[in-house]
Write a protein that binds this ligand. Structure first.
Ligand code: TXA
Ligand code: MG
Length: 321
């Protein structure tokens, strides 16, 4: 079994030392747990792809403790500066032109001339990034194509011995990944909906920020290769927008549900109909219902506004076979 260590100053110092030595450390962020490796070290980055079983063309997000650390990695644009000032630290990833002199492993950005960067807000992630003082490449700490982890136990289940240390820091508060925004120049667009909403982005940039339409593109042209359709897959089939489940199905409800009898395989994302609460619960409840005792996971309709955009994006991917 992997080493699961409660957060302490000593644990953070040990995790930083492991990262400097080219090892992999899983750590909590406000969105989901990340599987970190030194972004400057090609071997460490290769070990991340291997641990996840991730196709090499899918680039990684580079995490740093503060904005200043990005100056040697990327070319700033005005839109990026505005979004960074408003939403960092926090659940936002900016895709920017990669500096020619950036020391980041080319494997981390999968050969693209852009780099995805993020300053997380979780206190443990921040303490670790400050202690290691290196840019850290960190995808979600799950096997490729599977549900993202929102607790240390999820990481242990999904990655087993493929991670050298897991910093156990409780449940991730946001529960869905960061919003990935293309701000390389021209019209900014959302490559992956996430913890910062389209409405929030549009307000700060004072114009609508469209969601990049993956359906209209062929896979090779995708600017964000992680948006492949089958992703976040539970083992069971997933059925969406279901008002009442069929016999044998597990049910993931949303909002007050007075008619539902207490039954096996019933979970509610948020009884009060709160989208933040629903996002925080999403991956953990999908895991709980992903049990061969059921034929499928039926999911109630979720409103497509605010954080609902990210929730529905993950659910649609979970439903692709
Ligand atoms: O919340 C998060 O973002 C979590 C935590 C750990 O920070 N990380 C995460 O990483 O979700 P990952 O690797 O599972 O997803 C990264 C996403 C993928 O969709 C990937 O294709 C996209 O970011 N991406 C990375 N680099 C890119 C680039 N240069 N251009 C476009 N998309 C990029
Ligand atoms: Mg992921």
């Amino acid at each position: 079994m992997p080493r699961l260590v409660p957060v302490s100053d000593a644990a953070i110092a040990e995790a930083a030392a492991l990262l400097r030595a080219g090892k992999l450390v899983a750590f909590p962020t406000e969105t989901v747990y990340g599987l970190g490796g030194n972004a400057l070290d090609g071997k460490a980055v290769a070990a991340i792809y291997a641990a996840k079983g991730r196709p090499n063309f899918n680039p990684l997000i580079i995490h740093v403790a503060d904005v200043a650390a990005l100056d040697e990695l990327i070319e700033w644009t005005d839109d990026a500066k505005l979004l960074a000032a408003h939403f960092w630290p926090g659940p936002l990833t900016l895709v920017l032109p990669r500096k020619k002199t950036a020391p980041v492993s080319l494997l981390a950005s999968a050969g693209l001339d852009t780099l995805a960067v993020r300053v997380p807000s979780h206190p443990v992630a921040r303490a670790l990034l400050r202690a290691v003082a290196l840019p850290i490449a960190a995808p979600s700490a799950n096997a490729s194509g599977k549900l993202s982890p929102t607790s240390a136990a999820h990481v242990a289940e999904s990655l087993g011995d493929n991670v050298d240390l897991i910093l156990a820091g409780g449940k991730s508060q946001v529960g869905v990944e960061s919003t990935v925004v293309n701000v390389t120049g021209g019209t900014p667009s959302i490559l992956r909906p996430g913890g910062i909403t389209r409405e929030q982005l549009s307000m700060i940039l004072r114009r609508d920020v469209p969601v990049f339409d993956t359906a209209a593109q062929d896979e090779k042209a995708l600017p964000s290769p992680g948006m492949l359709s089958s992703h976040y897959a539970p083992h069971l089939p997933v059925r969406l927008n279901v008002a009442s489940p069929e016999k044998g199905e597990a049910f993931l409800a949303f909002g007050p549900d007075l008619s539902a009898q207490p039954r096996d395989g019933y979970r509610n994302l948020s009884r009060s109909g709160g989208l933040s609460e629903a996002a925080a619960n999403l991956f953990a409840l999908l895991r709980e219902l992903d049990d061969p005792a059921f034929t499928a996971i039926a999911v109630a309709p979720i409103p497509d506004t605010g954080l609902g955009l990210a929730i529905n994006d993950r659910l649609r991917r979970a439903a692709v076979r």
